[in-house]
Design a protein around this ligand. Structure first.
Ligand code: SAH
Length: 213
């Protein structure tokens, strides 16, 4: 579990790459620069950790591409202390970014193996989400709702109604919507019944799966 000068140097290059692709939020860039992404991957693949690419992790899942993590994080417009629901904990990399941005993070993962592994790992390297849950993120985590922000890190064939209903008025939901490729979509809750929807570019995620616990 080492973070060497070499790792740190590569990480600064990654920050510049992500910045060149259009990320401007300084806090998000600082988080990418700080989090040792290589520790979130199997050590034999650590050479890939600071390339701007998604990569396989356990249970046929992926750690999202750093640019994608940064893009979604920027769209959330997080303020310290806000309550965030993350659907798809995966490796915990995005969770760590949210923690560094000062959010109170609630995250849910449907793969038991990943849930357990990531729970142990995050506490070992000192990131403290408020609550990590094992279960179906389609349903959100109603016990702790409403949330200021919700981020979905798997491709959703359709927008889960439960997630929209767990958003505060004024809150933001960032979700990649689509089957084979996804359109990054931002919903802002204007009132209990009204949502503004804005679409951003195309992305590619592993699918958000339903009812398969
Ligand atoms: N944020 C993660 C991305 C992981 S990929 C990271 O940075 O590493 C997406 C994750 O969503 C996978 O771990 C997958 O198991 C999980 N997932 C898929 N469907 C889900 C569901 N219905 N509820 C919760 N998690 C889900």
């Amino acid at each position: 579990m080492k973070d060497t000068y070499r790792h740190q140097g590569k990480r600064q290059q990654l920050v510049r790459t992500v910045e060149k692709k259009g990320i401007t939020d300084k806090k998000v860039l600082a988080a990418i620069g700080k989090i040792p992404r290589h520790l979130f991957m199997d050590s034999s693949f650590e050479d890939h950790a600071y390339q701007d690419k998604a990569f396989p992790i356990a249970a046929d899942q992926t750690i999202s591409q750093p640019y994608t993590v940064a893009f979604q994080s920027e769209l959330l417009q997080l303020k310290p202390g806000e309550k965030v629901l993350e659907v798809g904990t995966g490796s915990g990399y995005q969770t760590a970014v949210l923690c560094l941005l000062g959010a109170k993070v609630y995250s849910i993962e449907r793969q038991r193996e990943l849930y357990k592994k990531t729970r142990t790992f995050l506490s070992k390297i000192g990131y403290r989400p408020k609550f990590l849950s094992f279960g179906d993120g389609y349903k959100g985590i109603p016990e702790y709702a409403p949330y200021d922000k919700i981020i979905v890190t798997a491709g959703a064939p359709e927008v889960p109604m439960d997630l929209l209903s767990q958003l505060k008025v004024g809150g933001r939901l960032v979700i990649p919507v689509g089957k084979d490729t996804q359109i990054m979509t931002l919903f802002i809750r204007k009132s209990p019944k009204e949502f503004d929807k804005t679409e951003y570019g195309n992305f590619r995620f592993v699918p958000l799966l339903q009812n398969k616990n």
